[in-house]
Design a protein around this ligand. Structure first.
Ligand code: NAP
Ligand code: MG
Length: 483
């Protein structure tokens, strides 16, 4: 029988009050259950908020160096559990084991960045106002923070939000995506072992549509850091307005890669493969549109198709696998539908589609898929597919490419391949996106720089960099005069 995993609330492992659970399916073997998790309702969320609110009263007064020591121990435990955690991520998300290890490594790099950055971040900023007054600005933690994460980077996204929240003295109620509850609860164990006091970090599993409002309607929750779809982000934003809950929303994208005639085509194809198909195209910063200059379109497409056909799609835990399954049945169905719409609208399928190989344990497998002849009004050009599907459109100039790249409600990431410095400058100035890459794939990022989208790809201060901490504090202007 599959193991039952419990919520972690107020320093205890707890079942839901009504003892209902849901199955965590293995995406590489349809219908098979990895474990069962709590199908929490609003009551469980409210208990977690209560615990976090109570814990905040003491955690906010814990000296920074002690909070840093706890998070430092947590990161050491993540490092020591790297293989175990990566295996869990790979099994429940479907990304390959090497992609899962890279995710853990990225969580450690970003967490370590915040661990050190926070030393310089806190402290008081004084100003000489004269009149015998001493004046300064000081930061305060805001209180209970709700963290809602997607399934595509289940470890990294939670860490990128929860670590800066905890370091700055807040307490956390974490609601992981329902596709990836196992690694969330595994990280809750690591927080326990790191010595974090009870109630400071709580993890409650359950359907977002069922428990989301319990977080958003409780005035004790002061901020929500959410990563997920634009659709759900808008719903959260509207609901958060009732209590003026602060929001940090990292949302969808439709990221373009522009390839100019002077580009190194091998490098451009490598970037399209990496950002198009890593994690089966389920990065928010995945490249999903390629705007390729007509002079090199055929040569580029041929290189790309040959590389796609060489990718070994299969079980994610096998080291030789190049691409695993997509995360679950809904993703599989929606990607399959996008491919069908692409064909029906007249785009040309160059390679890929749903995997047809017979398998003993069939999973949600889709091959690296490339379409050419994609026009701006087509579904493939406009909609975030969130799967291994690249839509190629021919362009005549850089200006046209930038105009098309910006012709989207999204503005998360982008990339340009060229050897021409002035073309690069024009693109950097004109692209409407939170991330602009030149001769680097669209998914590349560093924790010292802000990570967030423009337009409907995001709202609120971006994650990482200084803003990644600023989101979690209130500011107080103090004016002091001796009596
Ligand atoms: P999603 O459906 O929006 O879900 C994200 C999270 O929100 C999940 O934990 C989900 O819970 C929860 N949720 C669903 N309905 C909710 C509600 N009414 N109130 C509160 N929470 C609710 O997105 P996804 O399918 O998991 O992730 C893919 C999307 O995330 C893509 O659009 C991708 O671009 C985006 N993403 C963006 C970034 C970025 O940094 N910009 C990074 C990664 C992913 P359940 O799982 O229980 O439904
Ligand atoms: Mg699963």
């Amino acid at each position: 029988m599959a193991e039952e995993l419990l919520n972690y609330v107020a320093g205890e492992w707890r079942r839901c009050r009504d003892a209902t659970t849901f199955d965590n399916e293995d995406p590489a073997a349809r219908g098979s259950v990895l474990n069962v998790v709590q199908a929490s309702g609003p009551d469980e969320l409210t208990e977690a908020i209560e615990a976090a609110d109570l814990a905040f009263r003491t955690w906010r007064r814990v000296p920074l160096h002690e909070r840093q020591a706890c998070i430092g121990r947590f990161l050491d435990l993540v490092r020591a559990s790297r293989d175990e955690l990566a295996t869990i991520v790979s099994r429940e998300n479907g990304k390959t084991i090497s992609e899962a290890r890279a995710e853990i490594d990225s969580a450690i790099v970003e967490g370590t960045y915040h661990l050190h950055q926070v030393s310089a971040f806190v402290g008081h900023l004084g100003v000489d106002v004269g009149d015998g007054l001493t004046a300064w600005m000081q930061h305060h933690p805001i209180g209970v923070v709700g963290v809602i994460s997607p399934w595509n980077f289940p470890v990294n996204v939670m860490c990128r939000k929860a670590i800066p929240a905890l370091l700055t003295g807040n307490t956390v109620v974490f609601k992981p995506a329902s596709f990836t509850p196992w690694c969330a609860l595994e990280m809750a164990k690591l927080f326990v072992h790191s010595g974090l006091p009870p109630g400071v970090f709580n993890c409650v599993t359950g359907l977002g549509s069922r428990v989301g409002n319990a977080l958003l309607d409780d005035p004790r929750v002061r901020a929500i850091s959410f990563t997920g779809s634009t659709e759900v982000g808008k719903r959260i934003q509207a609901r958060a307005a009732n209590h003026l809950i602060r929001t940090q929303l990292e949302l969808g994208g439709k990221n373009a890669l522009i390839v100019l005639p002077d580009a190194n085509l091998d490098d451009a194809a490598t970037a399209a493969m990496t950002a198009g198909f890593a994690c089966a195209g389920q990065w928010c910063t995945s490249t999903s549109r390629v705007l390729v200059h007509e002079q090199v379109a055929d040569a580029f497409t041929a290189r790309l198709a040959a590389r796609c056909d060489a990718v070994r799609v299969g079980p994610p835990l096998e080291e030789s696998t190049g691409m695993g399954p997509v995360a679950g049945p809904e993703q599989f169905a929606s990607i399959q539908r996008a491919i069908e719409i692409g064909i029906a609208e007249g785009a040309s399928l160059v390679t890929g589609g749903v995997c047809r190989e017979p398998r003993a344990t069939p999973g949600y497998y889709i091959r690296p898929t490339v379409f050419t002849g994609v026009r701006p009004e087509m579904f493939l050009f406009r909609e975030e597919i969130f799967g291994p599907v690249l839509a190629l459109t021919r362009v005549e100039s850089l200006d046209q490419a930038i105009e098309l790249a910006n012709d989207s409600m999204y503005g998360l990431s982008s990339a340009l391949f060229t050897r021409d410095l002035s073309a690069a400058q024009r693109y950097i100035d004109a692209i409407d996106a939170g991330l602009a890459h030149v001769n680097v794939h669209s998914g590349y990022k560093h924790p010292a720089l802000p990570f967030g989208g423009w337009k409907q790809s995001g709202f609120g201060p971006p994650e990482n960099s200084r803003t990644g901490l600023e989101f979690f504090v209130d500011r107080k202007a103090v004016y002091l005069k001796g009596a």
